[in-house]
Design a protein around this ligand. Structure first.
Ligand code: 9MR
Length: 368
C-alpha cells in the first residue's frame, strides 16, 4: 500500500512538472529577472521542495523578513546578520541573485528605534538621523557585492499622494528619503537603489512617486527603479490604471520592478484596502470560503487574472526589470494570515505541495 502511494505521488510530481514547456526562469527570465520572496525556514534549508522550485523556476530572490531593521538591529548598537547571511548563501547555492528588502520602513522597526533608549520619550531629530545613517551604512556595507539592489525606502507615500506621517517624516521631513538614498549609494556604489510601495495604480500615488523620482534625480541622487508591490486581487487594481503607472514610472527614467506579486482570492472585509500590515480583522467563516479547495469557476477567474497580468508584463518587457512573487508556494503566503488570521488563500503560482499550477504553463507560453 505504501509503495503504491509513493508511486502515485512520484507520477503526479513527474506529470505536473514534465508538462511544462519550459521553466519560468527560461521563459520570463529571457526578458527580466524573475524571483520569489523566501522565508526563514526556506533559506535555513529546511524545505527541500522550495529549493527545487527556486532552482528550476527563478533567477533571483528576496528575503521576506530577515533583512528588515527589526531583525538586523534588535537592540541599539547590536547588529545580527546570522539569518540574513544564511539567506545570502542559500541564494548563492541555488544560483539566485539576491535583492535587499528593506532599509527604511516605518513598520517593523525594532522597539528602540523611534524612542529615546527604552523610555517612552520620542527620539530627537538628530539621533534619528544618526541611527538612520548608521543602519544603512552598516547593513549595505555588510552585504556589499552580495546584493544587487536595495529597497531603500518602503511605503513612504500615502494613497492620496501625501507623505506618510511616519516618525521619519515627522522628525526629518521628506529629507529622510534623500539621506537614505545618499547613504546607501555611498555604502555600495555598485548596488541599484529602489523606492518600493503598494497601491501604485492609484493616480495620486503614481503622481507623487513620479515627483519623488524627479526630485531625487534633480538632487543628483541615484535611483534605479521603482517597486510596484502588486498585492493584487481578482478585481483590483484596475489594469488600465496599473498600466498607466508602469508607463509613468518608466517615463521618469527608472526601471519598473514588480516586487511583491500575489493575487488574493478571498473576500475582503469592509474597510480593507492596500497592503498596510497594521490592518487586522476578526475571523468569520464567511471570509474563508475555500478552505477545502477552489471551485472551478474561481480557479478559472484566478487563472485569467494571472494571464492578464503577465500579458501586460510581456507588453512592457522593455520597461520591467524584475518580477518577484511574494512567496514560493501557497502554503506559506502571508495572505493566509492577513488581514484575517487562519484563512486558506491561493495567491501564488505554486500550490501547497510546491507543484506548478497549470497557469504557469500559460505564463511560459506568453513569454516563450
Ligand atoms: O510577508 C511579510 C510578513 O511575513 C511579515 O509579517 C510582514 C511584517 O514584517 O511583512 C510582510 O511583507 C510586507 C513587505 O515587507 C512590505 N510590503 C507589504 C508586505 C506584506 O505585508
Amino acid at each position: 500500500m505504501k509503495t503504491l502511494r509513493l508511486v502515485v505521488i512520484l507520477l503526479v510530481v513527474f506529470a505536473s512538472e514534465s508538462v511544462l514547456a519550459q521553466s519560468l526562469r527560461e521563459a520570463v527570465g529571457k526578458y527580466c529577472l524573475i524571483g520569489a520572496a523566501v522565508n526563514q525556514w526556506q533559506s535555513d534549508g529546511q524545505v527541500p521542495e522550495a529549493d527545487a522550485v527556486l532552482k528550476r523556476h527563478f533567477n533571483c530572490a528576496v528575503a521576506e523578513n530577515c533583512m528588515k531593521p527589526e531583525v538586523l538591529a534588535p537592540a541599539e548598537g547590536i547588529f545580527d546578520f546570522r539569518t540574513a547571511d544564511k539567506f545570502i548563501s542559500y541564494c548563492q547555492q541555488l544560483g539566485l541573485k539576491a535583492t535587499g528588502h528593506c532599509l527604511v520602513w516605518h513598520s517593523q522597526a525594532p522597539d528602540w528605534w523611534f524612542t529615546n533608549g527604552y523610555t517612552a520619550a520620542p527620539v530627537s531629530k538628530e539621533v534619528l538621523k544618526e541611527r538612520l545613517i548608521k543602519h544603512i551604512k552598516t547593513v549595505v556595507g555588510h552585504f556589499k557585492g552580495q546584493v544587487i539592489g536595495w529597497d531603500v525606502v518602503n511605503e513612504a507615500i500615502e494613497d492620496d499622494g501625501s507623505f506618510r506621517k511616519s516618525p521619519y517624516y515627522n522628525l526629518l521631513g521628506e529629507e529622510f528619503i534623500e539621506i537614505a538614498f545618499r547613504t546607501a549609494h555611498e555604502a555600495d556604489p555598485d548596488a541599484e537603489l529602489y523606492y518600493n510601495d503598494y497601491s501604485m495604480a492609484k493616480p495620486s500615488k503614481r503622481d507623487a512617486v513620479c515627483r519623488l523620482i524627479r526630485h531625487l534625480k534633480e538632487k543628483g541622487l541615484r535611483i534605479d527603479g521603482v517597486g510596484m508591490q502588486s498585492h493584487n486581487g481578482l478585481d483590483y487594481p484596475d489594469l488600465k490604471e496599473y498600466e498607466k503607472s508602469i508607463e509613468a514610472f518608466a517615463a521618469c527614467g527608472v526601471k519598473v520592478l514588480i516586487t511583491e506579486l500575489d493575487i488574493n482570492v478571498l473576500p475582503n472585509p469592509e474597510g480593507f484596502g492596500g497592503a498596510a500590515v497594521e490592518q487586522n480583522f476578526e475571523f468569520q467563516q464567511k471570509y474563508n470560503p475555500y478552505a477545502n479547495g477552489l471551485p472551478k469557476a474561481k480557479q478559472q477567474e484566478l487563472d485569467k487574472r494571472w494571464t492578464n497580468l503577465f500579458k501586460l508584463y510581456y507588453k512592457h518587457r522593455n520597461q520591467i526589470g524584475r518580477i518577484t512573487l511574494w512567496g514560493v508556494s501557497d502554503e506559506n503566503s502571508w495572505l493566509n494570515g492577513w488581514p484575517i488570521k487562519g484563512r486558506t488563500n491561493y495567491p501564488l503560482l505554486f500550490d501547497r505541495n510546491y507543484q506548478a499550477k497549470p497557469v504557469v504553463n500559460e505564463i511560459i507560453n506568453i513569454f516563450k
